[in-house]
Every structure is written in C-alpha cells, then in structure tokens.
Ligand binder design. Sequence first.
Ligand SMILES: [Ca+2]
Ligand SMILES: [Ca+2]
Length: 163
Amino acid sequence: MAPLQSSHSRPLAGDIETLSYVNSMMEAFRAFDSNNDGLITCDELKGIMASLGYNPTTEEVREMMRRGDADKDGLLSMEEFLEMNAAELDPGDLAGLLQTAAALLGPAAGDDGDVTAEILFQVLSCEDGASLEDCTEIIASLDADGDGAVSFEDFKIIAQALR
Ligand SMILES: [Ca+2]
Ligand SMILES: [Ca+2]
C-alpha cells in the first residue's frame, strides 16, 4: 500500500505547542473570570498575568487593557484577550488548517456541539495536509478537561485568535 502521508511528513510539533499555550491562556482566563460572564476586569487581568509568570504594575495592566479592549467596554473578552496575546505567536501551517476546519465544522459539529479528533479529520480529509494523527494531537492540545473533545465555540475562538 502506498503511504497516505507523502505530502505531509513534517510533524506539527511546534505548532501544537503553540496551541497548548493558547489553551493554557484560555484556562487562565476562565479561572480568573470570577462571575463567569466571559469578560474580565483590570484586577482579574492582573491576576492572570501573575499566574502566567509576569508581574505587571497596575499601570501596565491598565495599558494592556486599553490596547486589548477593542470594543471599549472597559472589560476584556476572551476574544480580545487572545487577540492581544496571540499576536506574537506563530502557529505555522496550523492557523490555516484551523480556519478551514472552523468554517467546515459548523454543519458537522453543530453550533453548540463538540469537536472530536474524528470529526476534525472528517472535515479536513478532503483538504491537504492533516492526518488523523495530527487531528488527534490538535484536539488533545486543546482538550482542557480530558474528555477527548473541544467545544465548537472554543474551537472558533482559537481559530479566530490565530489568524
Ligand atoms: Ca467576568
Ligand atoms: Ca471589551
């Protein structure tokens, strides 16, 4: 049998690491979003930065908030937070792959559905460059609670942040 992965022998390891980092930022965001409305205050942002190993002053946190707060509501949404932090990340080939997947996944996963490695592979199988193994790694790196799936909602947010 001919190998199926001839066009895609390069492992996505470095890109997967980027995904794991994005995932840890989402976890930090949720841990500090004390009222669970998907928005964080200046104080909460300071706590997140401290938990990620930074120690910004209150003034620096205010400045981050000003830069990140795209809709100027004085709070940082998950999207704004990731946008701000993902700017310096290099997701490599994964970015395009995730965006393709996000566009195709809607009908397959349903808007409040879960994305598993199998579903991801299904929608990407007609595209170049993703093996089931890649899909398994992608989902694993984003799977915070270890149930083998990522919510479509989160998947969209991540794909959007890594543009
Ligand atoms: Ca909140
Ligand atoms: Ca905002």
